[in-house]
Structures are given as structure tokens and as C-alpha cells.
Write a protein that binds this ligand. Structure first.
Ligand SMILES: C[S@@+](CC[C@H](N)C(=O)[O-])C[C@H]1O[C@@H](n2cnc3c(N)ncnc32)[C@H](O)[C@@H]1O
Length: 224
């Protein structure tokens, strides 16, 4: 199995545990501010229509309350999203599906969001598909990416690009299937954005309220 297959398999296996962790607010960094940070970043753009790519069990679309579409490669997570939001629009599609058939993204959107959902090494194709799905005529058209802060998440692998291993041990208890994920430095993140034909408009660094560490980074990107 290659890394991407491992990533997909882990989300299928972990779907129930993940849904419980998100819905019962069991992930410390989310409680500390990353959920609110992405909601604030999206709402600041006053979007009418958004797409959440790698939406998981769909919390963000439910929270935003605007016209939204969620897509995710895990059929189990899409089922969880749909059952919590019967009127919502959720589709089981992998990034590979969306790159091969960009029409499936069913744009245009004002904002395309990746909230901790860019986990593989090759991300420029899906970023490009997201770029094409946003309409520059409304709110400037934005792609928002929230991800682990490269400095805070460097861990034992140090500040260098490479595959890492998530065991989910700091999350809720349970038999989680570990997942590979690709770590990249800030410079590499900026390069990926540029390679996808996007311009970096702003970088936000949500901070932990008490320990002064960055909780995440949000890249606000727009069409060049
Ligand atoms: C950490 S979860 C985040 C879920 C959601 N965005 C949230 O904030 O709760 C990562 C999500 O990205 C999705 N994902 C990762 N790689 C994917 C791919 N290649 N195609 C489709 N979905 C993918 C996973 O299925 C998973 O639901």
C-alpha cells in the first residue's frame, strides 16, 4: 500500500472514532482555538457558497450555516455528515476523483476550505482544482488552508520535509489506525500554493491563549 492508500484506509477505519472525537469536542487543539480560527477566517470573507474539501464528518459546514458542499474520500464520514445535516450536500469523492473530474466539485464557490485535510505529499493538483472552483468575482474568491503549524509540529523529524506518523494518541481513547502524513516547512507550503497558481494573500497564526505557542497556520490564498 502506498502512503495515500494508507491515509484513505485510516480514515475509513477511524471514521467512528473521529466522528465521536469531533462531536464530543475531545481534540485539545480544536478546543483551544483552531475551530474558531477557521470559522472566523471563512466568515470574514462573507461567503454565500463554500466548499469544504476533506470535510470529514461535516462540522464546519454545519457551523458556518451558509450554502455549503462537503466532499471527503471516506464514505463513512460522508454518511456521518449527511445524517447530521439531512438538507446538506455531501459527496464521497477522493482528491484524485476531483482532479480527474473537476466538474464534480460543482463550483463556483466563494471560498474553498481545507481544514487539516491536506495530508499527502502531492497537493498541487487538488489545490489547482480548488482554485478553479472558486469564483474571483465574489469576495475575491479564496482558498483557505488550515494546517499544523510547521514550527510547532516539527517534532523529532526536525524542520525538514518528510513523511511522519500520526498515532492519534493525544486524541480520544480507542483503537485508532495510525496514519502517515507529509510534513512540510513554511517555505514548502508557500511553494505549493504558488505552484497551484495561487497567490498568498495572508498568513494567520492562531495562538494558544496561555502558552504562547502557535496552534496552527491558516493560509489565505487567492487566484493570481
Ligand atoms: C483530519 S481530517 C479533517 C476533517 C475535517 N476537515 C475537520 O476539520 O474535521 C482529514 C480529512 O481529510 C480527508 N482526506 C485526506 N486525504 C484525502 C483524499 N486524498 N481524498 C479525499 N479526502 C481526503 C480524510 O478522509 C479526512 O476526513
Amino acid at each position: 500500500m502506498n502512503h495515500n492508500d494508507h491515509i484513505s484506509a485510516s480514515w475509513d477505519t477511524n471514521a467512528d472514532l473521529w466522528t465521536r472525537a469531533v462531536r464530543q469536542d475531545l481534540i485539545p487543539s480544536r478546543r483551544a482555538g483552531t475551530d474558531q480560527a477557521i470559522v472566523d477566517a471563512v466568515m470574514a470573507l462573507k461567503p454565500q457558497r463554500v466548499v469544504d474539501i476533506g470535510c470529514g464528518e461535516g462540522w464546519l459546514i454545519r457551523q458556518l450555516g451558509c450554502d455549503g458542499v462537503g466532499v471527503d474520500g471516506s464514505a463513512a464520514l460522508i454518511e456521518a455528515a449527511q445524517s447530521a445535516d439531512a438538507a446538506g450536500h455531501y459527496f464521497a469523492l477522493t482528491y484524485e476523483d476531483l482532479v480527474a473530474q473537476p466538474d464534480k466539485l460543482a463550483g463556483p464557490y466563494d471560498v474553498a476550505i481545507f481544514n487539516f485535510s491536506l495530508l499527502g505529499e502531492d497537493i498541487s493538483d487538488i489545490l489547482r482544482a480548488a482554485r478553479v472552483s472558486v469564483s474571483p468575482s465574489v469576495s475575491g474568491g479564496a482558498v483557505l488552508i488550515q494546517t499544523l503549524h510547521p514550527w510547532a509540529a516539527r517534532g523529532e523529524g526536525g524542520y525538514r520535509n518528510g513523511w511522519r506518523h500520526e498515532t492519534f494518541s493525544s486524541f480520544a481513547s480507542g483503537e485508532w489506525q495510525p496514519m502517515p502524513w507529509y510534513y512540510r516547512t513554511l517555505e514548502t507550503w508557500c511553494g505549493e500554493v504558488e505552484d497551484a497558481g495561487l497567490k498568498l494573500k495572508a498568513i494567520h497564526e492562531p495562538m494558544h491563549k496561555t502558552n504562547g505557542e502557535p496552534l496552527s497556520v491558516i493560509f489565505h490564498c487567492a487566484e493570481i
